[in-house]
Design a binder for this molecule. Structure first.
Ligand SMILES: *Cc1c(COP(=O)(O)O)cnc(C)c1O
Length: 429
């Protein structure tokens, strides 16, 4: 794999993790549909279980198809290791639980994916982990919330749904100042193609593979990626640099060095929480990755055209597109995102909740779903879906008005999408 490191993203997305089958000559990864693996001997089994030898035990912990996929993800990010799990939400949960326990806290951005916001605000708090939401995404507003029990700083490289891009480098410097792991949800960064948070000081990346990695809306998945660049020997994380409860006192940091965190996520996180991916889904993710750059480039290009069309439409009140200079995150997006944009933007229609619903229901091509990064274009109405559970005050704080629509471009011809929008606009007053 080391020879692959120098290759470009486009080449890695096809070649990294591939070991062509010697016997059949098959060009791709094989799907290995097995739950368990036969040990060569009881001694072999014992070595695997005590982690003194690497190898397959049980698919909850690893699987050859999934390992190939993990190798590809790590190569794309230039990271020491990756762990594939069954959803983006479980990637986030395993990451946080590997770092923080009861009485600890993490300091997080106010612009978070709705599911993440609820996991932090409700489920993690029930476990005694305090998620301190900074009032803004600026480093100086994170800093006062940090104390001796803080275990991580957490942000999204592009926030959902407003496309807020934080100053990733400034937050990285803050994390370094307090010697804290810096976690970035890089779902919008498309596996590191549009944005690679490790270039800006991130230690750990989480990514919802359901979105651009899969790219076709065919499977759920998440990945945790370990930059191997955090000093676990600073006394803050005895569960990583100290005797391990689950493995007879084994010190994961001493045994696995810079890969200690991702090993911890696998051997404790996946073992105990159980959210492993199916080998078939890992195959779908690898297949999706082969065309990631082609898809994302097309989608980003279409996004600009559709956003421009909407900006000039008389029935549109406002367009919020990070590639336009009037977006508050324009400058950060230019710095941190290739092409200065992703494939998502929002519009607010003139009119009412009812006319907005009518517009959405009149679209033929763009699907009414809660999804991004799909090959089918998606129009989501947050007020009736993703943000339905929020109170009116929280809706205002999140910038979700009744006529707001989130649009995630797919792979159709953009002129057909514009025609589709045109006929749907004609249906509303
Ligand atoms: C979708 C999403 C998640 C959650 O991922 P799932 O695969 O749906 O569990 C987390 N973060 C962001 C930014 C997302 O868009």
């Amino acid at each position: 794999m080391n020879t692959l490191k120098k290759l470009r993203f486009e080449t890695l997305q096809i070649h990294a993790g591939l070991q062509p089958d010697v016997e059949s000559g098959a060009r791709g990864v094989s799907i290995t549909p097995t739950a368990a693996y036969r040990f060569r001997s009881c001694d072999h089994a014992a070595r695997l279980f005590e982690l003194s030898e690497a190898g397959n035990i049980y698919t909850r912990l690893q699987n050859p198809t999934t390992s190939a996929y993990e190798e590809r993800i790590a190569a794309l990010y230039g990271a020491v290791g990756a762990l594939a799990v069954s959803s983006g939400m479980s990637a986030i949960l395993i990451t946080v639980l590997s770092l923080a326990s009861e009485g600890d806290n993490i300091v997080v951005s106010p612009f978070l994916y709705g599911g993440t916001y609820n996991q932090f605000r409700i489920s993690l708090r029930k476990l005694g982990i305090d998620c301190r939401i900074a009032p803004t995404e600026r480093a100086e507003d994170f800093e006062p919330l940090i104390d001796t029990r803080t275990k991580a700083i957490y942000v999204e490289s592009m926030g959902n749904p407003t496309c807020a891009v934080p100053d990733l480098e400034a937050l990285g410097l803050l994390a370094r100042k307090y010697d804290l792991p810096y976690i970035v949800d890089n779902t919008f960064g498309a596996a590191g193609y549009l944005c690679n948070p490790f270039d800006w000081g991130a230690n750990i990346v989480v990514d919802s593979a359901t979105k651009w990695i899969n790219g076709h809306g065919t499977a759920m998945g998440g990945v945790i990626v370990d930059g191997g660049n955090y000093n676990w020997a600073n006394g803050k994380f005895p569960q990583i640099d100290g005797p391990s409860e689950g493995y007879h006192g084994l010190n994961l940091h001493e045994a696995f060095g810079s890969s200690a965190f991702i090993i911890k996520c696998r051997v404790d996180g996946l073992r105990d929480l159980g959210c492993c991916p199916s080998p078939f889904d890992s195959y779908l993710m690898m297949l999706g990755l082969e065309t990631l750059t082609l898809r994302v480039r097309h989608e980003v290009e279409s996004t600009r055209k559709l956003a421009e069309y909407c900006r000039n439409h008389p029935k549109v009140e406002r367009v919020s597109y990070v590639g336009f200079e009037d977006h508050p995150s324009y400058t950060n997006a230019q710095k941190y995102y290739k092409f200065g944009s992703s494939a998502v933007f929002t519009i607010e229609l003139k009119g009412t909740l009812e006319s907005t619903v009518r517009f959405v229901e009149s679209l033929h091509l763009a699907a009414n779903m809660t999804m991004i990064g799909d090959s089918i274009s998606v129009v989501t109405h947050p007020a009736s879906t993703t943000h339905k559970q929020l109170s009116e005050a929280d809706l205002v704080a999140a910038g979700v008005t009744p006529t707001l629509l989130r649009i995630s471009l797919g792979l159709e011809h953009v002129d057909d999408l514009i025609d589709d929008f045109e006929q749907a606009f004609a249906q509303i007053k």
